[in-house]
Design a protein around this ligand. Structure first.
Ligand code: FES
Length: 106
């Protein structure tokens, strides 16, 4: 089934709107979501860092992780777990279909 036909998925933009190794913020059901484009795929996590609400979409992306720009917590984009702290962010499903990006909340 395509995401278009499934109401649990939300259209959030086009893949070309997200530069490689950068994040962009979008909203799904009133929740801020950070989406990332990686060399081997896409990732979607909650946009606010659980430490002090830093803007994770503005963080540096490397090795499938994003580093929060405020205090440096580093989150694995596949698990949501901080590599240097006890916090975690929710990881959401994201898929691309014909260049369109779709997110389904966890
Ligand atoms: S707000 Fe992200 S590490 Fe502090």
């Amino acid at each position: 089934m395509t995401a278009i036909a499934d109401p649990t998925w939300t259209l959030v933009g086009r893949v070309e709107d997200v530069p490689m190794l950068e994040g962009r913020t979008t909203a799904v059901d009133g929740r801020r979501i950070a989406i990332f484009r990686l060399p081997d795929g896409l990732a979607a996590i909650d946009a606010h860092c659980p430490h002090a609400a830093g803007p994770l979409a503005d963080g540096i992306v490397a090795d499938s992780c994003v580093t929060c720009p405020l205090h440096g917590r580093r989150f694995d984009l596949t698990t949501g777990l901080a590599l240097n702290g006890d916090e975690a962010v929710a990881v959401h499903e994201i898929r691309e279909e014909d260049g369109a990006l779709w997110v389904r909340l966890a």
